[in-house]
Design a protein around this ligand. Sequence first.
Ligand code: ATP
Length: 596
Amino acid sequence: MMKKHGGVAAAAAAAGKVKAELEDVGKAAGGAGAAVVALSPLSETLWRDKAAAEFLGDVSARLAWRDLTVTVVLSTGDTQDVLQGLTGYAEPGTITALMGPSGSGKSTLLDALAGRLAANAFLDGTVLLNGRKANLSFGAAAYVTQDDNLIGTLTVRETISYSARLRLPDKMPMEEKRALVDGTIVEMGLQDCADTVVGNWHLRGISGGEKRRVSIALEILMRPRLLFLDEPTSGLDSASAFFVTQTLRGLARDGRTVIASIHQPSSEVFELFDRLYLLSGGRTVYFGQASEACEFFAQAGFPCPPMRNPSDHFLRCINADFDKVKATLKGSMKTRFERSDDPLDRIMTSEAIRSLITYYQHSQYYFTAQQKVNEMARVKGTVLDAGGSQASFGMQAFTLTKRSFINMSRDFGYYWLRLIIYIVVTVCIGTIYLNVGTRYSSILARGACASFVFGFVTFMSIGGFPSFVEDMKVFQRERLNGHYGVLAFVVSNTLSAMPFLILITFISGTLCYFMVRLHPGFVHYLFFVLCLYASVTVVESLMMAIASVIPNFLMGIIIGAGIQVTSIHPNCMPNLIHRSQPLFAVMQCSQTKIKF
Ligand SMILES: Nc1ncnc2c1ncn2[C@@H]1O[C@H](COP(=O)(O)OP(=O)(O)OP(=O)(O)O)[C@@H](O)[C@H]1O
């Protein structure tokens, strides 16, 4: 409790500092719309390095979209227009809120702008970044997703440091990287929990609000000019939501363009936004200054009643589900609605939505937005290249290997738990076949013992699947944001897992080998253990491949087990006879060459 309050207080202090700065900036810029703010010294250094130029031009991001339509192809083969003819813009120095009821298309709009639409979604219309057709995929813009996919065993500082090393140029001195990490920690108000682990199923870690701030910190590390956030405040209490949003506003005032989708913000949070994009059923209800939205609703005939949170009122006006709520009301509740002065209570919400959309399309707000987008399309600004990693492949592979090794060694469920189970299982098998020796009559017993050991040890690799799924989630987030590529991940995972797999197979293999008293001789022992290691490595790779395709614990384990049993597992009945033949042949040769 104390820690949480401490974190919030620190965030408040950091946010307070940012607020003081941004008030100055806001005054200088004369309002949100006009704010084009100079970069902070840190941002400037990074961007100068990136552009390899002494003098930097305007590197701010002006994003505009015109007549944006997104159509998805459903599994039935039908198509659905998720977004219909949206026009809007986002300027540097401002923070824009995308608001609307659930299913109105907020995430789809963010995805369309960030170039991350699903394979079955098709975009029509124009997205312009600095007046040029935008190509924002793989790291050109930072995108903070709804889920905090972080490595639970690392501390906040470690998480941000590894991310810095993965992306900052190799030639940047360590002290500078450390300063950047520390600066980001302070900027996000994470000082109090900097040395606390993020947390996972067995480690109690930081709070939900702190996790959100860590996710944002990872994305702002490279000082991107354009920042997308999908519901950055979901699941947070109102104080944490306020501090997160205030931090985002501070980031915007550093010259960045920030666009965030948001659900039902409190009035304090709502006031922090410069612009508001209201969506309902994939269509624009309102786009303009957040502070002018109340006036728009009043002009359209739906004034916000006194004592009601404006954002609640907007969402109440445009959420067609309220029609269903009204239809279920009975008795005095129904009468109260019918007698109410609120115009919204006297008409269907779907009617209110239609009227608001029509009103907006004929309003000054719409024409101003169109005009501004046309203006932004005419001015060709700096081409913002991919903002992904600037580190070399070697540095990425080294950092990922180290990070993954630390995670594996700290996560009890990754390998340690399996090691204990392997020891118990091999001791059990060892006691069953204790001292069977190398007699001719014990060939079958040795064959069965080898089948048991190989079968159990490889099959138990399924136990690592939940950890693989967590790894894949982190990888997918980092890859989509351009932190590193597939090859660096594969190389690092193979290298970091190697010591654990060697430990597991050597301990299990050694126990079994010497309890059963298989053929003496170091070469025979090594051959046995290396075969075990190779088998486990193959199954681990298989499970990792399944985790990348099916990121669901239950389905992945079922499919992994199915594949193993039918194609790898030596005890599988259809394969048993077929696979046993070479094994028994090997056993029979045991008197001469290869001996288990
Ligand atoms: N790739 C897709 N395939 C099928 N339907 C989709 C796809 N993307 C979006 N949709 C549909 O489009 C609608 C809008 O989805 P979206 O996730 O953008 O809404 P949202 O406003 O972000 O909702 P929430 O606030 O609940 O997250 C939903 O009905 C959703 O089912």
